[in-house]
Write a protein that binds this ligand. Sequence first.
Ligand code: ADP
Ligand code: MG
Ligand code: MG
Length: 211
Amino acid sequence: SEALTIGALQQWLYRFASEITTQADWLTELDSAIGDADHGTNMVRGTAAVVTKLDGGATGTVQELLKAVGMTLVATVGGASGSLYGTFFIEMARNSPADVQLNGSELENALHAGVNGVIARGHATVGDKTMIDALEPAVTALSQSLADGQQLQCSIAAAAAAATTGRDSTKPLVARKGRASYLGERSAGHIDPGAASAAILLAALAASIGE
Ligand code: ADP
Ligand code: MG
Ligand code: MG
């Protein structure tokens, strides 16, 4: 398929929620090593609220769907990640068409805007040991793959793979942003929890296209 329909985007969000629930204990364990042990519960609370919102129906356009998701996450996740994930979806929404599907370049534009929104809000760059270490390489891989003429499904798979590699790249790093940065050198040796949840977000997208 060469476009993500609103139905596929909804499947993405349902799958994100279910994967977050499955991996919540791991996310919290990661956050207990370098933070305050709440990333799993924060994300479960937020994605459960998104599921409730989706179950309520009537999302209309891609723009409306993504905006509702962002607003829900801002209101429910809490912590640093709540406003950052909220910004991600709200900026995606602002840069999506008022239509019922996203083609490859529209998805690329929306994701790029979402990541830039997180950077504008959190001031992290690649290497700071945050969700940006998973998100930015994912968008770069998507753009590269689409520019190479690959199918959308294949390009999203490449983005998800890059997010996973980016997640793992955070392990040796010393955190320079967020709560983990308070630990200084002691933050090295642990995967960043937000990079882990961001890799789940991209994996869920890859699993939801072409279904
Ligand atoms: P809190 O740190 O407030 O308890 P969470 O535990 O839910 O919030 O989320 C922590 C994650 O948020 C980190 O692992 C990191 O990926 C992300 N994060 C924190 N600060 C920033 C930032 N300034 N920019 C990007 N991501 C950040
Ligand atoms: Mg935390
Ligand atoms: Mg917290």
